[in-house]
Ligand binder design. Structure first.
Ligand code: NAD
Length: 478
């Protein structure tokens, strides 16, 4: 079903994110028929281009970032027709009047801030000054949303000067991932799981986001941020919230976000002994973290593992283990809900059943997998084995699953529809920083140095100990 007609302005329309994600994603929505024929996309950035050059640039981006079998010449041409370009200086007055003149009446107006956060305030200010911040318009802002609580509050206050909360779409693309939404469908669309979803039945929860790449060309930015700010405060916090939240009364923006906020507020501070930070060493495939960020004294972490608790009735006593890092063994993102062992084995001690584990895989191979115990086939008596009940979307749903939209394209369509359910509210972001800040201040004040770890490993040894000392173990990164 096509969304309503819209004018979408992409500030930073020539940048990396626009080229890799936003514009190819919009093309795929156009191809699927979801983007109305009279939708218009306006690239706005600092560099000098005309419409033709911008269209050529987007055409190249589609060639590069869209699957070959989705590249239909006539469709690409029709899509590029929807595009235009304006040179706009976020910090000056150039281009703004022309931009305001281009916006059509009676269609949705969306402004995507795909620029560094230092420009958010300037752009919001000028949208207002040039009459584009009306009640119907909406803005989309990218991470990083602040560097700490103070800067996040300042950013929220700046945007709030000209836009109401219901007009502000803070993107966390993890929320746009199909599996993440499926997590909610599995939890709240089945009777099976929810009664067991609590400290009485769940032993612990592990969330892993492992990357194989290093910080690459983003070293300068990354070294000021680190894994805690770059991954835990936003993406992993959102995953944790969706796992831990109470059932919202409806799948509606504030109903869901209220429940997530309660989880963040109930998070315990983390004991310094339950935090392990790491930096990758060099190997034949690449330089060390220090070389990548060109800072031999850096104490910023490229890996972090931590244990936290949620102090509420549902979760008291169930630890949540989080870990994320760069240059790890495999590119894996998953959430594992590890249930408790059955209280008694009727099959004797040798046949002790292993706990059920529900794994929500974000990548690779999106899907959900439940480990269950069954009888080993054959005449060997009552021997037990664990087998996966595997719900890989591609296998289960066939061709329909082939067409799963990328997180960005889904979220942009939600912006046009005016649905904020999968976007972070300002108070959530602030609450997440309020939990993160003391941890970062703690290790900064103590002068802690991250431990080194081998590229291709699953992080520093101490991270393994974090679970071993509790008699538990991480799932393999593979
Ligand atoms: P980029 O440096 O590739 O592009 C920046 C864009 O902003 C360019 O189009 C540039 O012309 C424009 N710009 C810069 N100064 C301007 C000014 N004064 N006036 C008008 N336009 C100006 O950056 P990017 O990687 O595309 O990232 C954009 C935003 O998205 C950043 O906030 C970044 O943190 C965030 N982000 C990026 C990624 C990614 O994968 N690239 C992922 C998540 C978040």
């Amino acid at each position: 079903i096509p969304v309503d007609p819209f004018d979408l302005v992409i500030f930073g329309g020539t940048g990396d994110l626009a080229r890799r994600k936003i514009l190819p994603g919009l093309y795929r929505r156009f191809l699927s028929g979801q983007m109305p024929e009279d939708a218009r996309i306006i690239g706005a950035a600092r560099s000098d281009h005309d419409d033709t050059e911008f269209r050529a640039m987007v055409g190249n981006a589609i060639n590069e970032f869209v699957d070959r079998d989705k590249q239909e010449k006539a469709t690409i041409a029709a899509f590029l027709e929807r595009l235009s370009y304006i040179k706009v200086d976020a910090r000056g007055e150039e281009g703004w009047k022309e931009l305001a003149g281009k916006m059509r009446k009676g269609v949705v107006h969306a402004f995507y801030f795909s620029v560094g956060p230092s420009l958010f305030g300037d752009i919001a200010e000028r949208l207002h000054a040039y009459g584009m911040a009306d009640a119907e318009s909406r803005i989309v802002v990218e991470k990083p949303f602040g560097h700490d609580l103070k800067t996040a509050q300042a950013l929220n206050a700046t945007l709030a000067k000209h836009f109401d909360e219901h007009q502000i779409y803070r993107i966390d693309h993890y929320l746009g991932k199909e599996t993440v939404q499926n997590l909610m469908a599995v939890r709240f669309g089945n009777m099976l799981f929810e009664p067991l979803w609590n400290a009485q039945n769940v032993d612990h929860i592990q969330i892993t986001v492992a990357e194989t790449v290093g910080v690459g060309g983003r070293g300068g930015y990354y070294d000021k941020s680190g894994a805690m700010r770059d991954m835990v405060q936003n993406h992993m916090m959102q995953l944790l919230c969706l796992i831990a939240m109470e059932p919202p009364y409806a799948f509606e923006p504030d109903a869901v976000r209220d429940e997530k906020l309660k989880v963040i507020r109930a998070l315990d501070p983390v004991d310094p002994d339950d935090i392990v930070r790491g930096q990758y060493c060099e190997d034949e495939d690449g330089p060390s973290y220090f070389d990548d960020v060109e800072n031999p004294d850096s104490r910023t972490e490229s890996f972090i593992a931590l244990k936290t608790h949620i102090s509420n009735w549902r979760w008291k006593g169930t630890p949540f283990y989080l870990r994320t890092g760069k240059r790890m063994r495999a590119r894996t993102s998953e959430i594992a809900i590890v249930f408790k062992d059955p209280p008694h084995s009727i099959f004797g001690e040798q046949e002790r059943q292993k706990a059920n584990v529900l794994v929500i895989r974000l990548q690779p191979n999106e899907g959900i997998n439940l480990r269950v115990t069954i009888k080993e086939p054959g005449p060997g008596g009552m021997r037990l084995v664990e087998v996966p009940l595997d719900m890989s979307f591609k296998e289960a749903l066939g061709p329909e699953a082939e067409d799963i939209p990328d997180a960005y394209e889904r979220l942009i369509m939600d912006v046009i529809r005016g649905n904020q359910t999968l976007f972070m509210r300002g108070d959530e972001v602030e609450a997440a920083w309020a939990w993160t800040d003391p941890l970062i201040d703690g290790w900064t004040d103590r002068g802690d140095r991250p431990k080194s770890y081998d590229p291709g490993s699953s992080g520093p040894e101490d991270a393994l100990m974090l679970m071993h000392k509790d008699g538990r173990r991480w799932r393999e990164v593979k």
